[in-house]
Write a protein that binds this ligand. Structure first.
Ligand code: KG4
Ligand code: ZN
Length: 339
């Protein structure tokens, strides 16, 4: 089965072509227009998707060496995400499907991230634990099987990537700041500023806004001259507190769920320190870890195509969905099978 999939839920426009679960091409463009505003501007994201979706689809098909008439099925992210952005990708894919009399499938973006660890390797042994951390999500989820998910924890305020972006902004870094914070923190001393570990309670939930505020107060108390010298230490200390909290929650989840594998997905999965800490955790419990390649960590259409392939292979056909800007995993359709 030859699938074309589109991802346009936020500021990445991505098109993938997949045959029988094997990725033939994925073309992803991250919109840069938002940098000057320090965050994603929904209206501008939608307009940019409008410009990108058709040329990106053409180039992905060309790279895959297939024509539009060869495609068996069209898929697109239909939620959660920004309504205007979702509408562009989903309407485009649905339009093609209708014109070519082929099926269209609406895919849940978060569910697609859960399976992104399989894009480059064998199926992951079940149950596995996923830490999904991006600019919009911080979730700890147990995957028991396809369509059997248990959300263990979420963030009570900012997402982890959002916290990276906000502290980065405070020290003058460009949006999105996560990768720069990661790089600069590597040269700092993580013990210089012992920030309290956020939300050290027994729940699996996260909270990062208090840490961001503590960071702000520490910065405000310094003279401009001091600030420049200690930015790497400050960022390293912020990262240490944030990731200590993440690993603390993950460790408890490992003890409760006893998963067969750990997966880290979402844009923050690119973080070197997080990868090292999760690897250590996996090593301690003898559990293998999967870190998707960088191009599959962030938002991308390969994961949309792959989930679509998995659902088709399992005979799961969801009722047709218009876009759903808010669509939690708990609200996914039950495993209704195609007749
Ligand atoms: O998944 P993603 O591409 O888009 C969504 O947010 O949905 O994730 C982007 C987020 C941004 O907050 C960015 O700053 C963060 O991932 N990020 C990182 C790193 N690379 C990207 N955060 C920490 N360390 C990194 N190396
Ligand atoms: Zn995402």
């Amino acid at each position: 089965m030859l699938i074309a999939a589109i991802e346009s839920s936020c500021d990445e426009n991505s098109v993938a072509v997949m045959r029988d679960g094997r990725l033939l091409a994925v073309h992803t463009r991250t919109q840069t227009i938002h940098q000057q505003f320090g965050g994603v501007v929904p209206e501008l994201a939608g307009r940019s998707h409008l410009e990108l979706v058709d040329p990106l689809t053409q180039s992905a098909l060309e790279s895959a060496g297939v024509g539009v008439h060869d495609l068996d099925l069209f898929a697109a992210t239909v939620g959660p995400g920004l309504i205007g952005s979702l509408l562009v990708g989903a309407s485009y894919a649905r339009g093609l499907a209708t014109a070519l009399a082929k099926p269209f499938r609406g895919i849940n973006h978060v569910e697609a991230h859960l399976w992104s660890g399989e894009l480059e390797g064998d199926p992951i042994e079940l149950p596995f634990l996923v830490l999904l951390v991006s600019g919009g999500h911080s979730l700890l989820i147990e995957v028991e099987d396809l369509r059997h998910y248990r959300v263990l924890g979420t963030t009570l305020d900012d997402a982890l990537g959002e916290a990276y972006d906000k502290v980065g902004k405070l020290v003058g870094l460009k949006f999105p700041a996560g990768a720069d914070v990661d790089r600069i923190a590597a040269s700092g001393n993580r013990k210089s500023f012992p920030f309290p570990t956020p939300l050290p309670d027994a729940s699996f939930n996260f909270s990062f806004s208090g840490l961001k505020t503590a960071f702000l107060y520490k910065l405000r108390a310094m003279s401009d001259g001091d600030k420049a010298a200690v930015v790497p230490d400050l960022l390293a200390s912020f990262q240490e507190a944030a990731l200590t909290s993440v690993i603390m929650k993950m460790r408890r989840a490992v003890e409760e769920v006893r998963p067969r594998a750990l997966v880290v997905a979402g844009g923050v999965a690119a973080n070197s320190s997080l990868r090292a800490k999760v690897s250590d955790l996996g090593g301690e419990f003898g559990i293998p870890c999967r870190f998707p390649a960088l191009k599959f960590c962030g938002d991308n259409a390969a994961m949309i195509a792959y989930l679509c392939h998995k659902l088709e292979s399992a005979g799961i056909a969801d009722p047709p969905a218009v876009v759903r800007p808010q669509w939690s995993l708990d609200a996914l359709p039950a495993r209704s099978h195609a007749s």
